[in-house]
Design a protein around this ligand. Structure first.
Ligand code: GAR
Length: 191
Protein backbone atom coordinates (compact mmCIF):
# COMPACT_ATOMS: atom_id res chain seq x y z
CA UNK A 1 0.00 0.00 0.00
CA UNK A 2 1.18 3.52 -0.76
CA UNK A 3 2.47 5.61 2.13
CA UNK A 4 0.23 8.53 2.92
CA UNK A 5 1.48 12.07 3.39
CA UNK A 6 -0.32 14.93 5.14
CA UNK A 7 0.96 18.45 4.50
CA UNK A 8 0.33 21.35 6.89
CA UNK A 9 0.81 24.79 5.34
CA UNK A 10 -0.31 28.31 6.18
CA UNK A 11 0.56 30.27 3.07
CA UNK A 12 1.47 30.07 -0.58
CA UNK A 13 2.44 26.44 -0.51
CA UNK A 14 5.19 26.40 -3.13
CA UNK A 15 6.86 23.56 -1.22
CA UNK A 16 3.55 21.74 -0.94
CA UNK A 17 3.23 22.13 -4.71
CA UNK A 18 6.61 20.50 -5.31
CA UNK A 19 5.73 17.64 -2.97
CA UNK A 20 2.36 17.09 -4.67
CA UNK A 21 4.08 17.12 -8.07
CA UNK A 22 6.78 14.74 -6.91
CA UNK A 23 4.37 12.12 -5.60
CA UNK A 24 1.63 12.52 -8.22
CA UNK A 25 2.74 9.45 -10.14
CA UNK A 26 4.74 7.78 -7.37
CA UNK A 27 4.19 4.13 -6.51
CA UNK A 28 5.74 4.71 -3.08
CA UNK A 29 3.55 7.43 -1.64
CA UNK A 30 0.75 9.92 -2.18
CA UNK A 31 -0.29 13.20 -0.66
CA UNK A 32 -3.56 12.27 1.03
CA UNK A 33 -4.47 15.55 2.69
CA UNK A 34 -3.49 19.21 2.92
CA UNK A 35 -4.30 20.99 6.17
CA UNK A 36 -4.28 24.71 6.80
CA UNK A 37 -5.16 27.15 9.53
CA UNK A 38 -5.82 29.75 6.84
CA UNK A 39 -8.88 29.32 4.58
CA UNK A 40 -7.47 31.95 2.18
CA UNK A 41 -4.06 30.31 1.85
CA UNK A 42 -3.08 29.68 -1.76
CA UNK A 43 -2.01 26.19 -0.78
CA UNK A 44 -5.70 25.25 -0.62
CA UNK A 45 -6.10 26.18 -4.29
CA UNK A 46 -2.97 24.22 -5.13
CA UNK A 47 -4.41 21.14 -3.38
CA UNK A 48 -7.65 21.55 -5.35
CA UNK A 49 -5.65 21.64 -8.58
CA UNK A 50 -4.22 18.22 -7.69
CA UNK A 51 -7.65 17.00 -6.55
CA UNK A 52 -6.21 16.46 -3.11
CA UNK A 53 -8.64 17.10 -0.24
CA UNK A 54 -7.91 19.95 2.13
CA UNK A 55 -8.98 20.58 5.68
CA UNK A 56 -9.18 23.97 7.41
CA UNK A 57 -8.96 24.16 11.17
CA UNK A 58 -8.81 26.85 13.81
CA UNK A 59 -6.57 27.38 16.81
CA UNK A 60 -9.01 25.92 19.31
CA UNK A 61 -9.47 22.72 17.32
CA UNK A 62 -5.72 22.36 16.95
CA UNK A 63 -4.76 22.98 20.55
CA UNK A 64 -7.81 21.91 22.53
CA UNK A 65 -9.18 18.83 20.80
CA UNK A 66 -8.13 15.54 19.27
CA UNK A 67 -9.94 16.33 16.02
CA UNK A 68 -6.84 16.72 13.86
CA UNK A 69 -5.21 13.60 15.30
CA UNK A 70 -8.39 11.61 14.73
CA UNK A 71 -8.52 12.81 11.13
CA UNK A 72 -4.87 11.93 10.47
CA UNK A 73 -5.37 8.48 12.03
CA UNK A 74 -8.59 7.88 10.14
CA UNK A 75 -6.80 8.67 6.88
CA UNK A 76 -3.94 6.37 7.88
CA UNK A 77 -1.34 9.10 7.49
CA UNK A 78 2.24 7.84 7.68
CA UNK A 79 4.13 11.14 7.69
CA UNK A 80 3.20 14.70 8.60
CA UNK A 81 5.03 17.39 6.66
CA UNK A 82 5.09 21.01 7.78
CA UNK A 83 5.66 23.17 4.70
CA UNK A 84 5.40 26.77 5.79
CA UNK A 85 3.23 26.03 8.80
CA UNK A 86 3.88 28.51 11.56
CA UNK A 87 2.09 27.17 14.64
CA UNK A 88 3.81 25.15 17.31
CA UNK A 89 2.79 21.49 17.16
CA UNK A 90 0.97 20.42 20.35
CA UNK A 91 2.18 17.54 22.51
CA UNK A 92 -0.73 15.24 21.74
CA UNK A 93 -0.02 15.44 18.01
CA UNK A 94 3.73 14.91 18.55
CA UNK A 95 2.99 11.84 20.67
CA UNK A 96 0.64 10.39 18.09
CA UNK A 97 3.27 10.62 15.33
CA UNK A 98 6.63 10.07 17.02
CA UNK A 99 9.48 10.88 14.61
CA UNK A 100 6.92 11.17 11.85
CA UNK A 101 6.54 14.96 11.78
CA UNK A 102 9.07 16.96 9.79
CA UNK A 103 9.55 20.65 9.06
CA UNK A 104 11.47 22.79 6.61
CA UNK A 105 13.13 26.02 7.66
CA UNK A 106 14.86 28.60 5.45
CA UNK A 107 18.15 28.83 7.35
CA UNK A 108 21.01 26.69 8.52
CA UNK A 109 19.58 25.85 11.95
CA UNK A 110 20.35 26.44 14.76
CA UNK A 111 20.92 29.83 13.15
CA UNK A 112 17.91 32.08 12.76
CA UNK A 113 15.20 29.80 14.08
CA UNK A 114 12.63 30.15 16.82
CA UNK A 115 9.32 31.88 17.34
CA UNK A 116 8.68 34.67 14.85
CA UNK A 117 11.63 33.69 12.66
CA UNK A 118 10.15 33.09 9.25
CA UNK A 119 10.11 34.59 5.80
CA UNK A 120 12.18 37.74 5.17
CA UNK A 121 13.18 38.03 8.83
CA UNK A 122 15.32 34.93 8.54
CA UNK A 123 17.11 36.10 5.41
CA UNK A 124 17.59 39.64 6.72
CA UNK A 125 19.20 38.21 9.84
CA UNK A 126 21.67 36.21 7.74
CA UNK A 127 22.55 39.27 5.64
CA UNK A 128 22.87 41.55 8.65
CA UNK A 129 25.16 39.07 10.37
CA UNK A 130 27.43 39.18 7.31
CA UNK A 131 27.22 35.43 6.90
CA UNK A 132 29.27 33.88 4.11
CA UNK A 133 26.78 31.08 3.62
CA UNK A 134 23.09 30.46 4.05
CA UNK A 135 20.79 27.55 3.39
CA UNK A 136 17.90 25.37 4.46
CA UNK A 137 17.20 22.76 7.11
CA UNK A 138 14.82 19.83 7.10
CA UNK A 139 14.35 18.44 10.59
CA UNK A 140 12.15 16.36 12.85
CA UNK A 141 9.69 18.44 14.84
CA UNK A 142 9.68 18.64 18.61
CA UNK A 143 7.89 20.81 21.15
CA UNK A 144 9.98 23.90 20.34
CA UNK A 145 10.05 26.07 17.22
CA UNK A 146 12.64 24.99 14.64
CA UNK A 147 14.34 22.44 16.86
CA UNK A 148 14.54 18.67 16.63
CA UNK A 149 17.02 16.38 14.97
CA UNK A 150 18.34 17.63 11.63
CA UNK A 151 17.62 15.31 8.71
CA UNK A 152 19.18 17.32 5.91
CA UNK A 153 20.82 20.69 5.33
CA UNK A 154 21.76 22.29 2.04
CA UNK A 155 23.71 25.51 1.66
CA UNK A 156 24.89 28.13 -0.78
CA UNK A 157 27.45 30.92 -0.66
CA UNK A 158 26.31 34.46 -0.04
CA UNK A 159 28.05 36.57 -2.70
CA UNK A 160 28.88 40.24 -2.25
CA UNK A 161 26.19 41.26 -4.75
CA UNK A 162 23.46 39.13 -3.16
CA UNK A 163 20.34 40.87 -1.87
CA UNK A 164 17.38 39.80 0.23
CA UNK A 165 15.56 38.80 -2.95
CA UNK A 166 18.41 36.75 -4.40
CA UNK A 167 19.18 34.80 -1.23
CA UNK A 168 15.47 34.18 -0.73
CA UNK A 169 15.29 32.79 -4.24
CA UNK A 170 18.39 30.62 -3.82
CA UNK A 171 17.01 29.22 -0.56
CA UNK A 172 13.66 28.50 -2.14
CA UNK A 173 15.31 26.65 -5.01
CA UNK A 174 17.10 24.42 -2.51
CA UNK A 175 13.88 23.81 -0.58
CA UNK A 176 12.06 22.77 -3.74
CA UNK A 177 14.94 20.57 -4.81
CA UNK A 178 15.45 18.72 -1.53
CA UNK A 179 12.19 18.57 0.41
CA UNK A 180 10.38 16.01 -1.82
CA UNK A 181 13.52 13.85 -2.01
CA UNK A 182 14.07 13.88 1.73
CA UNK A 183 10.45 12.87 2.30
CA UNK A 184 10.83 10.06 -0.21
CA UNK A 185 14.01 8.80 1.46
CA UNK A 186 12.38 8.81 4.88
CA UNK A 187 9.34 6.95 3.60
CA UNK A 188 11.53 4.29 2.02
CA UNK A 189 12.79 3.49 5.50
CA UNK A 190 9.29 2.98 6.92
CA UNK A 191 7.89 -0.55 7.06
C1 GAR B 1 9.43 28.16 3.39
O1 GAR B 1 10.51 28.95 3.03
C2 GAR B 1 9.72 27.43 4.69
O2 GAR B 1 11.07 27.15 4.86
C3 GAR B 1 9.24 28.45 5.71
O3 GAR B 1 8.07 28.96 5.16
C4 GAR B 1 8.21 29.02 3.74
C5 GAR B 1 6.93 28.54 3.11
O4 GAR B 1 6.94 28.77 1.73
N1 GAR B 1 9.03 27.83 7.00
C6 GAR B 1 9.40 28.39 8.15
O5 GAR B 1 9.90 29.50 8.23
C7 GAR B 1 9.16 27.55 9.41
N2 GAR B 1 9.72 28.15 10.55
P1 GAR B 1 5.87 28.09 0.77
O6 GAR B 1 4.47 28.38 1.36
O7 GAR B 1 6.03 28.77 -0.55
O8 GAR B 1 6.15 26.62 0.72
Amino acid sequence: MKKRIAIFASGSGSNAQKIMEHFKYSSLAEVALVLSNNPDAYVVQRADNFEIPSHIFDKRTFYESEEIIDLLKRLEIDIVVLAGFLWLVPQNLLKSFPNKIINIHPSLLPKYGGKGMYGDKVHKAALQAGDQEHGITIHFVNENFDEGEVIHQAKFKIESNDTLETIKFKGQQLEHQYFPRVIENLLKKYN
